[in-house]
Structures are given as structure tokens and as C-alpha cells.
Design a protein around this ligand. Structure first.
Ligand SMILES: [Zn+2]
Length: 183
């Protein structure tokens, strides 16, 4: 798999996750099975403003980055999950470091989408950037991943912690290395 294909995979993953988040907050909460359909006049479930804000922020970051780094990009799409494909098409000429930066932004959003959906296990699927062990876990309070390996930080020292941006950058860099080795 070349780096280009890898980027398309990540973008597709991000779009699918965002579509799931979108569907989840658009779907009215079930209040138990009454055996019949709710009348059409039932008010819609209140919109989850946290989710709306979250999606708006994520889309804005992709749009801002794309417009700044590819000024000739066409207008962004109306549907939020489509921004990743639009970004990929608008920045298809990117190479090297620029490509890695772009992919790391999208991959960080993949991680953020998973956490937004309550899936913290996504963090454990990445090795610790410092010691390489599989002992990372998510600390919601600090919004950082911490390594549980005692040998990583050293005796008496606080755990090493990492931002999602650091984990994403490391992940993209290691993918590129693997792709180069394979060719
Ligand atoms: Zn570690």
C-alpha cells in the first residue's frame, strides 16, 4: 500500500466515523418499546448541542487547513463527512512533509471521532511513542494518553503522556516508513 492509498483510507475512515456521529445525534432516543409507532406530532428529540459544536469544529479545521494550504480549492461540500474527500482531492499534489502533516490532522480527527463515540480502546491500539510498549490509556481529564509502563518514565517519575496530535503524527510517520521499506 502506497502512502497515497493510505491517506485515502484514513480520509474514508474519518468520513464514516463522522457519519456515525451525525446519525447518532439525528436519531431520536428510544424511550422503550411501546409496540406502536410514535405519532407524527411527537416533538423531535432535543438536538445535542455538544455534538453539533464538535462536528462544526472538526469541519472548520479541515476547511481552514485546506483553504490555507491549497488556495485554489473549490468550495467545500455541504455535507460534513464529505470534507475529507474534498480535502484529499484539493491537496492531491501534496508530497513529503506537507502530505504527512495533512494526514496526521485527519488521523487525529479519526481518534477524536472514536473518543467522541466513547471508544477509548482506540488509544490502546497505538504503541507508546517513548518506550514502544502497548500500555497507553486515555485520561479524559487531561485529554492525553498516558503510558502505564513503569520503566517508561523511570522510578518515582510521573507517567509519560501524549496528546492525540503526537500519537497521530507518530502513527503517520511510521506508516510512511513501512511503505518505503515495502517498496
Ligand atoms: Zn511508554
Amino acid at each position: 500500500m502506497g502512502p497515497g492509498e493510505a491517506a485515502a483510507d484514513i480520509a474514508a475512515h474519518a468520513a464514516v466515523s463522522m457519519r456515525l456521529i451525525e446519525q447518532d445525534f439525528k436519531t431520536p432516543r428510544r424511550t422503550g418499546n411501546t409496540g406502536r409507532h410514535a405519532p407524527a406530532t411527537t416533538p423531535r428529540a432535543p438536538v445535542d448541542l455538544g455534538t453539533v459544536d464538535y462536528m462544526a469544529r472538526q469541519v472548520q479545521e479541515i476547511v481552514d487547513y485546506t483553504k490555507a494550504s491549497a488556495p485554489n480549492a473549490p468550495r467545500p461540500p455541504a455535507e460534513a463527512p464529505d470534507v475529507y474527500r474534498w480535502m484529499g482531492e484539493s491537496t492531491a499534489h501534496f508530497q513529503g512533509e506537507q502530505q504527512q502533516t495533512r494526514d496526521a490532522i485527519v488521523y487525529r480527527q479519526v481518534l477524536e471521532h472514536a473518543l467522541q463515540m466513547g471508544d477509548e480502546s482506540v488509544i490502546r491500539r497505538h504503541p507508546c511513542p517513548d518506550c514502544g510498549c502497548w500500555g497507553l490509556f486515555w485520561r479524559p481529564a487531561s485529554q492525553r494518553a498516558a503510558c502505564i509502563n513503569r520503566h517508561c518514565a523511570g522510578p518515582g517519575q510521573p507517567s509519560h503522556t501524549f496528546t492525540l496530535a503526537q500519537i497521530a503524527h507518530r502513527h503517520i510517520a511510521s506508516r510512511e516508513t513501512t511503505a518505503r521499506r515495502a517498496t
